[in-house]
Write a protein that binds this ligand. Structure first.
Ligand SMILES: [Zn+2]
Length: 429
């Protein structure tokens, strides 16, 4: 395969240029200007497009096993490919929970068979996400877990979080923290403030997130171990992470597209499809997330792709489950909301979607290094399109971005040298 005529951007090497890429035997064989095509080669035209490393999302929920009416490894991986993602990391809140080596091994066996992209999973921090007893980190790592998280739930006990950091550190992996003190949730997970009030709800204050973020960076300092903070949404939490980084504490952090795009006012228009955890917050929080991404406080962009069916979301604001699907809109939201307004350069934006998140979990992904696996995303940075959830490859359509006009569209996704998504269609199984 010869990818011709695109603007190649490789954030891991910091290089970009008008180059062609030759793919042979699933690897990147050569990158350079005007490579001449071999007679045996398939030409992939990329004129006017950006050719980037395959995107990496270290925070998705594929609901498999146990909740496959929402999503499964196959449909989730197709949604990822359609969004330009070639590698994703699944969270552990499946049914049963991903808390044993046997579960993790089965995940990888099935992923190899059923997925069209590279899938990884974390193991849970505690058995059954119950926050009581730590899982066997060494055994989970041996089986293939790439980190530990009770995502969906916080680890409520500081003492247990300390132990988790120590044990995860001893096997060389981070603890991935879903920050949010549940004792501060008055009735349901929406941002405490005027919008919640208008909906007749009390909600939860940003302090619920801030308290756990502060606690976790202090425990990272105490233990000298790496904590990764998920889906940061609050201006104060970002200030805490910025200060912790300045003090040399081993903390990394991610933000989701919804948190740099929407405020809690979206609840009024989109109802439960704008309900997620942590919740959408205020204008100043959105501004802080953008600033945090720009100044490097927030290392990575991750979707927290969280499918739920329409029926599950149709039970009122108080009871509806948290989360939105994100894989098929993420790149376009990054381009429309961050790159086109010059908050991030294309190089910076793609770094946060490729090798940086990969490095956080020690994955050898997200680069265009010659000799490496040919995981490549080709997208048109000027193409405009409208979000139509009924066209998603995901089983679920719960998004607050329905009807939104975005700029930047994925054209093709290549995984290990194989075209899996091309011109709107999944072309490989
Ligand atoms: Zn979470």
């Amino acid at each position: 395969m010869l990818i011709q005529g695109g603007l190649v951007i490789d954030p891991a090497s910091g290089r970009q240029g008008q180059w062609d890429i030759r793919v042979q035997d699933g690897k990147i064989a050569a990158i350079g200007p005007n490579l001449s095509a071999l007679s045996t080669e398939t030409i992939v035209p990329a004129t006017g497009c950006i050719v980037a490393p395959g995107l990496v999302d270290i925070h998705v929920h594929f609901r498999d096993p146990g909740l496959t009416h929402k999503e499964d490894l196959s449909t989730g991986s197709c949604a990822a490919a359609a969004g330009g993602f070639t590698t994703v990391v699944c969270m552990a809140n499946t049914k049963p929970v991903m808390d044993s080596p046997k579960m993790v091994e089965e995940f990888y066996t099935r992923a190899a068979r059923e997925a069209v992209i590279n899938l990884y999973t974390v193991g849970s921090v505690t058995y059954n996400l119950a926050g009581k007893e730590l899982t066997d980190f060494a055994a989970l790592k041996e089986a293939g877990a790439v980190g530990f998280s009770d995502d969906g739930n916080p680890v409520e006990s500081a003492a247990l979080m300390r132990q988790a950091l120590e044990q995860a550190g001893s096997v060389g992996l981070p603890v991935i923290s879903h920050a949010g003190d549940l004792s501060l949730v008055a009735d349901t997970i929406v941002n405490e403030g005027p919008i919640a009030k208008r909906l007749g709800l009390k909600g939860m204050p940003t302090a619920a997130e801030d308290i756990h973020v502060a606690r976790d960076v202090l425990l990272a300092k105490l233990t000298g171990q790496h904590v990764h903070i998920q889906h940061v949404s609050s201006a104060t939490a970002i200030a805490i992470i910025r200060e912790a980084k300045a003090r040399g504490i081993k903390v990394t952090a991610e933000a989701g597209p919804h948190h740099f795009t929407l405020t809690d006012e979206a609840l009024l228009e989109h109802g439960t499809n704008a309900k997620m955890n942590p919740p959408l917050r205020t204008f100043s929080d959105v501004a802080a997330v953008r600033q945090g991404l720009a100044d490097g406080t927030l290392d990575a962009i991750a979707t927290d792709h969280a499918p739920h069916t329409a029926e599950e979301k149709a039970v009122g604001m108080k009871k509806a489950p948290c989360g939105i699907v994100g894989l098929e809109t993420a790149l376009a939201l990054v381009w429309t909301e961050l790159v086109r307004p010059n908050i991030l350069t294309p190089m910076q934006a793609l770094a946060k979607l490729t090798y940086v998140p990969a490095q956080i979990l020690g994955l050898n992904k997200g680069t265009l290094a010659p000799g490496g696996n040919a995981d490549i995303t080709i997208f048109d940075p000027t193409a405009q399109w409208e979000v139509r959830p009924e066209q998603f490859f995901s089983k679920s359509h719960n998004t607050p971005f329905a009807g939104r006009k975005l700029t930047g569209q994925v054209v093709a996704t290549i995984v290990g040298g194989r075209m899996v998504f091309n011109q709107g269609k999944i072309v490989a199984r």
